[in-house]
Design a protein around this ligand. Structure first.
Ligand SMILES: NC(=O)c1ccc[n+]([C@@H]2O[C@H](COP(=O)([O-])OP(=O)(O)OC[C@H]3O[C@@H](n4cnc5c(N)ncnc54)[C@H](OP(=O)(O)O)[C@@H]3O)[C@@H](O)[C@H]2O)c1
Length: 425
């Protein structure tokens, strides 16, 4: 692949720091630690328009650092995410064209800014939630990352494994910690995001997520150890990390999934095994089973599939004898509200009384350094101690040029219950 061509272009003087991408990446003149030889140009995948394949493009400038908390990473493995094919297919989340996509990777740091907690040579994973900054996208050989969006990998994990879990970890931690108010401090001194957010100046949180972050759950409604959490779409990677974190923090978990496909794997799994696994084939029956087992105590639901299944999950919430659905039969107003989090959509209908809808304030991770840093440092400890394990790898494709093929496999629904990874070098 294009690797040979970029190797020929390696600068004898190392990273020159004056490169800018065609979209005005600013001059990189920060002093830095050891400078391994970094080329001036690289191979990237460019999206030139909606509903088009990504185009393998050589001689694209290596992005420069703009901030002393940024690092430059040589990508080794990329984890593919559903958004990577959904965005071009449905023409959303593409802020400019040509566009570079890709939300997570693992690799090696080749350059650090002045105040980074990381150093050149560190083996890391990068969680690139900032999809508006093309320098940070994963579908390129060299990627810029904020040090508070970067996690050191323990020696036990390969780059492929490291590339599988970042986005799902952030989605899980924010769903549980922000939307549900779950305190992680009992788990390797994890973050108490509910408190942390309320200690920040409110205007440090973007206006479009401020209500979600500060107002959508009251102190007396926060999830506590022993509470039930139901996850609809239990086979997904985000469900995987949510189950692991919820279990570590002491929640009782229910997962719905296609038991024929995922039953054995989920019910026998060491770190993500739910307390109750429910077959999703007949959703009305699944709701009945959840309600019968949680005995009206289910106040928290996370849906990973879409609007329709979020609607089913809503019906499972609430007190015994009540069903949230077409009629507003939620917990009484005096009871703590139930909370429904939609990763991919929420029910069409307005939330019935006693139910609060949530969306995941994902950009907190890159926009609020205190949140990003708390999460990445915690994930480093969790991985180091083996308390969180990466999702299964379904397959590894070779080279950036294979990304389109990988995304086609995802479009066809062939990647289920684990991750598809692309080895870059
Ligand atoms: N809001 C946020 O911040 C946020 C963050 C992360 C993810 N998300 C969204 O959450 C959803 C789950 O993400 P994920 O990364 O956890 O998913 P994932 O691991 O890639 O897959 C989820 C499950 O969907 C099913 N599936 C696979 N391909 C499919 C296809 N082409 N059509 C329909 N179903 C398919 C499979 O389950 P079965 O084989 O069991 O059917 C698979 O296990 C996605 O929509 C993603 O965009 C949102």
């Amino acid at each position: 692949m294009a690797g040979t061509s970029f190797l020929r272009r390696v600068s004898l003087y190392g990273f020159r720091g004056s490169l800018s991408s065609p979209k005005s990446n600013s001059v990189d003149n920060q002093p830095s630690e050891t400078l391994p030889v970094t080329p001036e140009t690289q191979t990237v995948l460019l999206l030139r328009g909606a509903r088009q394949p990504y185009e393998l493009t050589e001689d694209y400038p290596v992005p420069g650092l703009r901030d002393d908390r940024e690092v430059l990473v040589r990508a080794q493995a990329i984890g593919l995410n559903p958004i990577d094919w959904k965005a071009p297919d449905f023409n959303f989340a593409i802020p400019e064209l040509p566009y570079i996509s890709g939300r997570e990777l693992a690799g090696e740091i080749v350059k650090v800014g002045q105040s980074s907690r990381l150093k050149a040579g560190d083996r890391i994973l990068v969680i690139s939630t900032d999809y508006r900054d093309l320098r940070k996208a994963a579908y390129q050989q060299y990627v810029v990352a904020l040090d508070y969006n970067t996690v050191r990998l323990p020696p036990t994990l390969s780059p492929e494994e490291g590339s599988t879990l970042g986005v799902a970890f952030v989605a899980a931690a924010l769903s549980l910690g922000v939307c549900m108010g779950l305190d992680f401090s009992s788990v390797l001194d994890g973050p108490n995001l509910y408190t942390l957010l309320r200690q920040l100046p409110p205007d440090s949180i973007a206006t479009d997520i401020r209500e979600e972050c500060l107002d959508n759950i009251q102190a007396d409604e926060r999830a506590q150890p022993g509470d039930w959490l139901a996850i609809w779409g239990g086979s997904s990677t985000s469900a995987n990390l949510t189950l692991q974190l919820a279990r570590l923090a002491g929640l009782r978990t229910i997962a719905t999934a296609d038991k024929a496909k995922h039953g054995l794997r989920l019910s026998n799994h060491k770190t993500l095994r739910p307390d109750l696994l429910v077959d999703s084939h007949d959703p009305a029956r699944a709701v009945e089973i959840i309600r019968a087992n949680a005995k009206g105590q289910l106040r928290f639901g996370i849906d990973t599939r879409g609007r329709e299944s979020a609607g089913w999950l809503m019906q499972a919430l609430g007190k015994e004898g009540e069903k949230n659905g077409n009629t507003p039969l939620a917990p009484q107003p005096a009871q703590p509200a139930a909370h429904l989090i939609g990763l991919t959509g929420l029910p069409k209908q307005v939330a019935p009384e006693g139910v609060q809808y949530h969306t995941v304030p994902i950009k907190l991770f890159h926009e609020v350094p205190a949140v990003g840093q708390a999460l990445v440092e915690w994930l480093e400890r969790l991985l180091e101690q083996g308390l969180v394990t990466p999702p299964d790898i379904i397959d590894v494709e070779q080279g950036l040029g294979s990304v389109n093929r990988g995304l086609d496999r995802m479009r066809r629904g062939e990647i289920s219950g684990g991750k598809l990874v692309v080895r870059v070098d």
